[in-house]
Design a protein around this ligand. Sequence first.
Ligand code: COA
Length: 582
Amino acid sequence: MKILFITHSFNSLAQRLYLELTARGHEVSIEFDISDAVTLEAVALYRPDLVIAPFLKRAIPEAIWRERVCLIVHPGIKGDRGPSALDWAILNGEAEWGVTVLQAAAEMDAGDIWAEARFPMRQASKSSLYRNEVTEAAVAAVLESVAKFGQGGFVPEPLDYGRPDVRGQWRPAMRQEDRAIDWQHDDTATVMRKIRCADGFPGVLDEVLGLACYLYDAHPADGLTGAPGEVIAHDGGAICRATVDGAVWIGHLKEKREGEPAFKLPAAMVLGERLVGVAALSPALSRKRERGHLPSPVYGRGAGGEGERCRDIRYEEHNAVGFLHFDFYNGAMSTQQCERLLQAYLAATRRDTRVIVLAGGADFWSNGLHLNLIEAADSAADASWENINAMNDLARAVIETDSHVTLAALNGNAGAGGVFLALTADRVAARAGVVFNPHYKAMGNLYGSEYWTYLLPRRVGAERATEITDNRLPVGARQAQALGLIDACFEGDADAFRCEVEKLAETLAADAPALLAEKRERRRRDEAEKPLAAYRAEELANMKRNFYGFDPSYHVARYNFVYKVPHSRTPRHLALHRRVGK
Ligand code: COA
């Protein structure tokens, strides 16, 4: 089937649907929703059998949906309508939610229903729910709808609020007034819901220490209390603000500037001088842990205690296996985060274990360089240079580890340098739903480093390596396994994945002596053929041109990415219908 995606952007959900449909033999072409005229042109050029809108912010032009079936992916249960579906579901504390595939019609979200898939709600941010439960449900509902369409004769169900299974309702766009936090009355659970239902976009508008800003990245702060609304501590870039019955950590803020764009940054950085006088939390403990002098604490999300903040790097051990978690917001890894992770990694290599699992975060494994912090730096070129060198130091440490077998376990997506960082491990396993973007070129023709010129060809061969990096397309976990990019792919959710990873790690631990002998020998041969330092020097020579050279493409692309400048056209590699000769 020829399927045209009309979508606001090629976001994680659109990428996953693209992968699932193309894997089933469908041809998928993509057009970004830029204007009605452009969309109409795309339909005329491609003449698709079916139009799917995975992520739309505007209505599809009537001239299109009157002519052919257009399916809208709506992140809400049957009967739910409106542009803030998931926001309301989180704010209202729904126990169950879902995704509906609707046929486009005159009234927004009121078209006939092709399929619905439901899921239990989890206490998590909107973007986390979107990347996990919503995406899985959307895949199920879209595949069901496409199959029904392909078979022909299916009559979709008209929206009928009289039916018992139609429990949704029309809800307007959520306004900042609906999200606003009343620090004098809202308890921690309410504050958490308000911030989570707006995270990653648009954030909750608030005032912190006199600064108008949007709040993101909230976690309950166990054991800390203070006068409601007061900023009572800061630690590792996050601030802690008291509620009526506890406190919350807020990791990121975006300043509200009149008529001037802004972007998310670590909260302490946005507040700067305003934090003078606010207590830094247990700095001695933080520093010790960051230097890796405390090798095996089980701390972090959910661990709480001692008024400690939930930290982004966390280490735990099970038998002969050490698990290193690094849950960086949006998967972006700054120079400092790379350095802290390197110290934690080195501390893990000093433990009496046999396997180290690089577990990444719950939502992302890694998305490479921290583009927001680079954008905020006085010299973006210098900051990029420092960041890539810190990434490379970490990558080299993993590649050169001969005391432990290493396993990269990707429960969340990885992009650009984050993918190649995963390939530094001896084995790479991913959850089946994971999407890889193993290329840098989309970021202003960035050359990339992280030893990718060593790591990628040795896994997939030189020809495929060029194809993968030039194509600039997402690769699904199953496809990645078939290509040899990764070694194992496990079906199921995060819990099932964790079980499979534990089993795999135990097996690797049992085989560790032989695996390590093999690895040392291979590394010795590879190093003799071409030293790691040579790969790094070549890659960095190219990166230097990207950062400091006369062609500003990388800086322009990064600016557009960080400031979320809307697309002005669909890239040719996505719009098959715009390819010459097509
Ligand atoms: N630095 C800073 N922020 C990043 C980031 C990075 N490297 N990668 C992703 N993000 C942020 C996005 O800005 C977005 O922020 P938001 O919460 O404010 O909306 C969020 O993470 C999710 O990213 P998004 O692009 O919406 O996710 P996606 O799943 O649709 O796309 C990628 C995934 C990897 C294709 C895309 O995020 C990307 O191209 N990232 C940049 C990768 C890169 O070039 N890294 C630098 C070179 S190593």
